[in-house]
Design a protein around this ligand. Structure first.
Ligand code: A3P
Length: 345
């Protein structure tokens, strides 16, 4: 009898013990997930000059943590709804330019507590199949956020795709558009480097950059080469200007974002009417990577993936000179239209 009672007691203690350990583990995981997800910047006062409403950071942290749990399947849809999280269409889009630093820009803006990024490139406006799925499909691809926050997505193909300006205009004619550019020849080489890496991965041979960028028959710049065409920024921008006034665009200097990200981010905060919340604390130079990385808080920081910041192949200096000469008049026009001079050679 005594033996039976002892066994029963032991079993009970075991159950209680497991429950306590389980709860403790859950709490640790929860705090961990908050640390990983939360921006460090404190929210004080009101959002922006346009009188957006306050919302408490603690609540936001909790909700983002909750959302994380929800995604992992540990929290119910009802709980998420209870906390007013919504999937909002973007109020700003990074429309390009490919290899301009679009990922770095998105990740860095996401340090701001009022910004929520769509992690994946959605390719809604440039892909006919996706576009045919309708705006609700697009909205459902967006992350959960507070109504006072702004969602930002980036799909660099938007900048060069014919149909996109009209399609975005139809969704929201007052949307804010961010374009991050780099010195056109460097950008073209970066573009080439990415494609080259893909070919090498598949054990395919590929032409040298020089052969693609310069037409061997005419010895002139090959404007049929996509990496060259993409770098003629003014041509693409002119198509966008048929739909949106220049005030709706903000040009980010992608070369400066590499060497001195904070002032570039502060200009974007201003353009988006956000209070300045990204600080030097959030950005630290990582000598091993050779780039600035992101610091969310005392525990969580991250650098961009290794696919960002590839080593470029050496290119014949005469080809570089030729390309720079070719881009020069287009660059002048770009400065003139945008009002931002970038001192490219
Ligand atoms: P490279 O690989 O040529 O160096 P995108 O995200 O639009 O594809 O742009 C990639 C480019 O972002 C990289 O080009 C890199 O130079 C640039 N970049 C800017 N800031 C960066 C950062 N903090 N970490 C890594 N890459 C960054």
């Amino acid at each position: 009898m005594l033996f039976k009672q002892q066994a029963w007691l032991r079993q009970k203690l075991l159950v209680l013990g497991s429950l306590a350990v389980g709860s403790l583990l859950y709490l640790v995981a929860r705090v961990g997930s908050l640390d990983r997800l939360q921006p460090i910047c404190p929210i004080e006062g009101r959002f922006g000059a346009r009188g957006q409403a306050d919302f408490p950071l603690r609540a936001l942290q909790f909700k983002r943590g909750l959302l994380h749990e929800f995604r992992k399947g540990n929290s119910s849809k009802e709980q998420v709804r209870l906390h007013d999280l919504v999937q909002q269409l973007p109020k700003a889009i990074i429309i390009g330019v490919r290899k301009g630093g679009t990922r770095a820009l998105l990740e860095m803006l996401n340090l701001h507590p009022a910004v929520v990024k769509a992690s994946q490139e959605i390719h809604f406006f440039d892909n006919d199949e996706n576009y045919a799925k309708g705006i609700e499909w697009y909205r459902k691809k967006m992350p959960f956020s507070y109504p006072q926050q702004i969602t930002i997505e980036k799909s660099p193909a938007y900048f060069i795709t014919e149909e996109v300006p009209e399609r975005i205009y139809k969704m929201n004619s007052s949307i804010k558009l961010l374009i991050i550019v780099r010195e056109p020849t460097t950008r073209a080489i970066s573009d080439y480097t990415q494609v080259l890496e893909g070919k090498e991965r598949k054990n395919k041979t590929y032409y040298k950059f020089e052969k693609l960028a310069i037409d061997p028959n005419t010895c002139e710049v090959n404007t049929k080469y996509k990496a060259v065409r993409t770098s003629i920024y003014t041509k693409h921008l002119e198509r966008w200007l048929k739909y949106f006034p220049i005030e709706q665009f903000h040009i980010v200097d992608g070369d400066r974002l590499i060497t001195e990200p904070l002032p570039e981010l502060q200009l974007v905060e201003k353009f988006l009417n956000l209070p300045p919340r990204i600080s030097q604390y959030n950005l630290y130079f990582n000598a091993t990577r050779g780039f600035y990385c992101l610091r969310f808080n005392i525990i969580f920081n991250k650098c961009l993936a290794g696919s960002k910041g590839r080593i470029h192949p050496e290119v014949d200096p005469s080809v570089i000179t030729k390309l720079r000469k070719f881009f020069h008049p287009f660059n002048q026009k770009f400065y003139q239209i945008t009002g931002r001079t970038l001192n490219w050679p």
